[in-house]
Write a protein that binds this ligand. Structure first.
Ligand code: AHM
Ligand code: MG
Length: 339
């Protein structure tokens, strides 16, 4: 049977009225940039790309989140910006690694979409050869004036496309344009993404949870109650034994959940009460929530649907509960009943 490449998949989706040529081109360009990032990640120490980035003053390079940037964070950001500058499909890009959005250079035509991304998620795993990934979200550019951060502040339900590329034992692109979630595996010999899972469905129930347990003492009461009931196993109120997995790369944890179910949680904690969570709404929580919902799963911040949240700022953080529908509903119930 002949294989379906990403290009063919997108052309067929366009014929079915699911996306227009401009959005198709945009996704192709992002996929091409991800192939370049995959090559850089795959070279590891041989490419001289491991370790921390160095700022112009010779010190460590720090991003807007106050986090040290890895060389590969910076390189991945540059690859995505450069690839998307000239295609004519974007009005602006925004990224975890840049304080503010970047308009498309004047030399190139301006398009109708906004692209926001985490160029290399799971930075702490880069130097230890564990899966990392690129997460992206596409919104409509509604305003004609010069690009501003405010134009990106749209609820996740407004996303027209979302996806991630995971750089693991194989490189995979997982994509939605609002008609199901589909996975493509990079054929390294051919250099093209090939459809390997159409219409992914997240199992409705699960016995697996993903959370950083070292933060337990900082959680609030509903989180303490929920996780303690998971840990109580079949003797507890949940009546079943749960297993735990935590890669500390959201792409890898979400990829496992899309493959065999589970719940991913990064809750609010009181380590830094000024932050409502660790993960960022616009380029982590929103695209992952769209992918999970399009695969029949659910995503909340413990109380509300993530995709309904009206963002107040580009780098806003949010608590995240996503994955198998019944389990996300259970975790959400613990929070709502406590209020
Ligand atoms: P990053 O964007 O700086 O890489 O941080 C996001 C990552 C997620 O991929 C992962 O789920 C989480 O941070 C892990 O956090 P922790 O190290 O607290 O377990
Ligand atoms: Mg990230």
């Amino acid at each position: 049977m002949s294989q379906t490449s990403l290009t063919r998949f997108l052309i067929e989706a366009q014929r079915a009225g699911q996306l227009n040529p401009e959005l198709r081109l945009l996704i192709e360009v992002v996929a091409r940039a991800c192939k370049r990032i995959s090559v850089a990640v795959g070279k590891g120490a041989l490419g001289g790309v491991l370790g921390d980035a160095v700022a112009g003053d010779g010190g460590d390079s720090i991003n807007v989140q106050g986090e040290a940037q890895k060389k590969l964070d910076v390189l991945s950001n540059e690859i995505l910006l450069e690839a998307n500058a000239w295609g004519g499909h974007l009005a602006a890009c925004a990224s975890e690694e840049m304080d503010h959005c970047q308009p498309i250079p004047d030399a190139f035509p301006r398009g109708n979409y906004l692209l926001v991304f985490d160029p290399l998620d799971g930075s702490s795993n880069i130097d230890v050869n564990v899966s990392v990934g690129t997460i992206f979200s596409v919104l409509r550019a509604r305003d004609d004036g010069p690009a501003e951060d405010a134009h990106f502040l749209q609820a996740g339900s407004e996303q027209v496309a979302a996806g991630y590329c995971i750089y693991g034992p194989s490189t995979m692109l997982v994509l939605t344009v609002g008609h199901g979630t589909h996975a493509f595996t990079l054929d390294r010999e051919q250099g093209s993404f090939v459809l390997t899972r159409r219409d992914i469905q997240v199992p409705v129930a699960t016995k697996e949870f993903a959370i950083n347990m070292s933060n337990q003492r900082h959680w609030d009461a509903p989180m303490q109650a929920y996780v303690s009931d998971l840990l109580a196993g079949r003797e507890g109120p949940r009546g079943k034994d749960f297993n735990m997995r935590w890669v500390a790369s959201m792409v890898a944890d979400v990829h496992r959940i899309l493959t065999r179910g589970g719940i991913f949680i990064y809750p609010w904690d009181r380590k830094d009460p000024s932050k409502p969570g660790k993960l960022r709404l616009m380029y982590e929580a929103n695209p992952m929530s769209m992918l999970i919902e399009q695969a029949g799963g659910a995503a909340t911040d413990g109380r509300r649907r993530i995709l309904d949240i009206e963002p107040g700022e580009l780098h806003q953080r949010v608590p995240v509960f996503l994955g198998s529908r019944e389990e996300v509903e259970a975790a959400t119930r613990y929070h709502l009943e406590h209020d």
